[in-house]
Structure formats: C-alpha cells, structure tokens
Design a protein around this ligand. Structure first.
Ligand code: CP
Ligand code: NVA
Length: 325
C-alpha cells in the first residue's frame, strides 16, 4: 500500500517518474483509473486541489465520492454520545468500498491516523505542515520552464508554512538552491533547518534562510510567495501581519530577480497583501500554469498509487531528522 503524505517520503526518481507519467497521461489519456473510486475528505475549503484532482481522476476514467469530514472524524467530538462511530470503524468501512482517500486536514497526525486505521492509500491534499501535491505541481512547472536538468535558485518570500516546507523539500531533493526570506518569528525552526541542510548536502543543492527579502530575491530564477495567514490561522491575523510588511512581493522586490524570472503562488492569493496586482498579473507570472499543472500532476500521482506501483521510502528519512513522516 502506498501513502503519499509528504514530499520527504518520495525519492527524486519516483517524483520524476510521476512527472513522466503525468505528461504521458495528459497528452494521451487512458482509462487507467476505470473502476477506481477515490474518497475526498476535506476539513478545510479548496478550489484548485479539489476541482483539479477530481477532473484529473475523471479524465482517467475514475470516480470521486466526497465524504463529509464529520462522518469520518465524529469520534473526536468531545461530548460523549455525540460521536457516530470510531475513526477505525469509519476508515475500515471506507476501505471496503473505495480505493484511496484524498484528505485535507488540519493536523498531520490525522493523516497518519487515517493511514493506520484504513487499508487503502491516503493522499495528503494539504495539512498544516505539508502540501505535497502543490509542491509536485510546482516542481513540474519549474521543469517545464527551465528543463529537467538545469539547477535554479528558488526564492520563497513570506511565511514558513506548509507550502514553503514542501517546496523547500522538493527543491532541495532536486539539487536546486532554495532561499527563504521571512520574519524570524515565522521562519523555519532549527530542526527544520537541520533537515534542509541534510537534504542540501545529500542532493548537492543549497538552502539559505534570511530575514532580508531583497538579499534573498537578488538574481533568483523563481520568486514564490503564499498567504501570510493560512487556513485555521485567521485568529492570528493582527499578530502576524505586524511582521510581514517587508515581505510583500511587489514590483520593486520582483525586479531584484533575474529579468526572465518567474513569479509563483499556490493560490488563493490576497492581492495587495503578499503580492501586488502588478506582479501576479505580470507576463512572467506562472500562477495559472501552476493551477493547470495541479490537475496534470494529479493524474500521475493517482495512476501511480492506484496501479499499485511501489513508491520507495526515501533514504533521506533514515537519518536523525524525523520530520518527513
Ligand atoms: N493551492 C491550493 O491548494 O488551492 P486550494 O486551497 O484552492 O485547493
Ligand atoms: N498556506 C495556505 C495554502 C493554501 C493552499 C494554507 O494552508 O491555507
């Protein structure tokens, strides 16, 4: 059984083969998912992940069934006798009918529980710590722009969130230079930095973290940002926004990068907050291609997982750094 919970659990070769399969299935669709049913369980809202992935599965002949998260997670309700059934029973039932679960949740631990209690593959559609499906589409986009072999500098400006983490992992696994610029309070912690250093050493890339957005964007090939306030953090708005003013990707900051550099954002974007209209609407903005690639790469992911091909565990998980579980 193959789960896809983090980028850390994937070998670069596996990722590249997912990309190759995605390209192949997108240009010549085949009903490789015929008879397969994927359960979507979303604790948080979604446009791109939900619609893009459902369309991808449909293109390949598979079906999607959306299950209300209340039906799966009711056992976690605090009030006695309001719970419908245990998570184990819910997941064991879903496992009898469906071939995989695509889940968007708050805690990464919830995904692990789904994996532990069910008998079918779990695919992470975003959690507070990781967004692997986004990172796969982002690297695929970068390869489309620069080719598979070129090593580039990817600068992420903003909050060290789920998108930043998975992007950094995948960038480093492919030997790129990844620079992160953000306020120290919302930057990567020492455990994460240690893990990134190991990835950089193992794959020949480089990771730099700084508070200086201008320094980090200088001469970059890609400038990436995401919301400063992720889903579930709305109550932190006032506190967080005090720190992020210097990290808006505006024309001045974007002009620090190479003239042909691209702008990336996973979306949804908050125009005028983390990015200005001039940058997101710039001719070098790739945001809509990223969104299209979410659909294309989902084809390779689900075809790989549901064709029962083995996704090898990453060697880099065997070290002291336990983050990518
Ligand atoms: N980028 C992304 O995951 O978008 P959604 O939240 O709309 O799925
Ligand atoms: N960091 C954002 C990504 C949304 C796709 C969030 O978690 O809300």
């Amino acid at each position: 059984m193959n789960h896809l919970l983090t980028i850390g659990s994937l070998e670069p070769e596996t990722i590249q083969s997912i990309f190759d399969l995605s390209e192949q299935l997108n240009s010549s669709p085949e009903p490789v998912l015929k008879g397969k049913n994927v359960a979507f369980v979303f604790e948080k809202p979604s446009l791109r992940t939900k619609v893009g992935t459902e369309v991808a599965i449909n293109h390949l002949g598979g079906d999607v069934i959306e299950i209300s998260p209340d039906l799966i997670f009711s056992s976690s309700k605090a009030v006695p006798f309001t719970s419908r059934e245990s998570l184990k029973d819910a997941m064991m039932n879903v496992s009898q009918w469906c071939d995989a679960v695509f889940a968007r949740v708050y805690s990464h631990g919830t995904l692990k529980k789904l994996a532990d209690y069910g008998t079918i593959p779990i695919v992470n559609a975003l959690c507070n710590q990781h967004h692997p499906m986004q990172a796969l589409a982002d690297l695929y986009t970068i390869q489309q722009k620069f080719g598979k072999d070129e090593k580039v500098t990817i600068t992420y400006v903003g909050d060290a969130n789920n998108v930043a983490f998975s992007l950094t992992e995948i960038g480093l696994k492919f030997g790129h230079t990844v620079k992160f610029a953000g306020p120290s309070t919302y930057s990567f912690n020492s455990e994460q930095l240690g893990y990134f250093s190991l990835l950089a050493i193992e794959h020949g890339g480089e990771f730099i973290q700084t508070e200086d957005a201008h320094k980090a964007t200088y001469d970059a090939d890609v400038i990436y940002t995401d919301t400063f306030i992720s889903m579930g953090e709305e109550h932190l708005y006032d506190e967080k926004m005090k720190h992020f003013k210097p990290y808006q990707v505006n024309e001045k900051l974007f002009s620090q990068a190479k003239s042909e550099a691209g702008f990336m954002h996973c979306l949804p974007a908050h125009r005028g907050v983390e990015v200005t209209d001039e940058v997101i609407d710039h001719q070098n903005s790739w945001v809509y291609e990223q969104a299209k690639n979410r659909m294309i790469v989902s084809k390779g992911v689900f075809a790989t997982i549901l064709a029962d091909e083995h996704i090898p565990e990453s060697k880099s998980m065997n070290g002291a750094h336990k983050i990518p579980s």
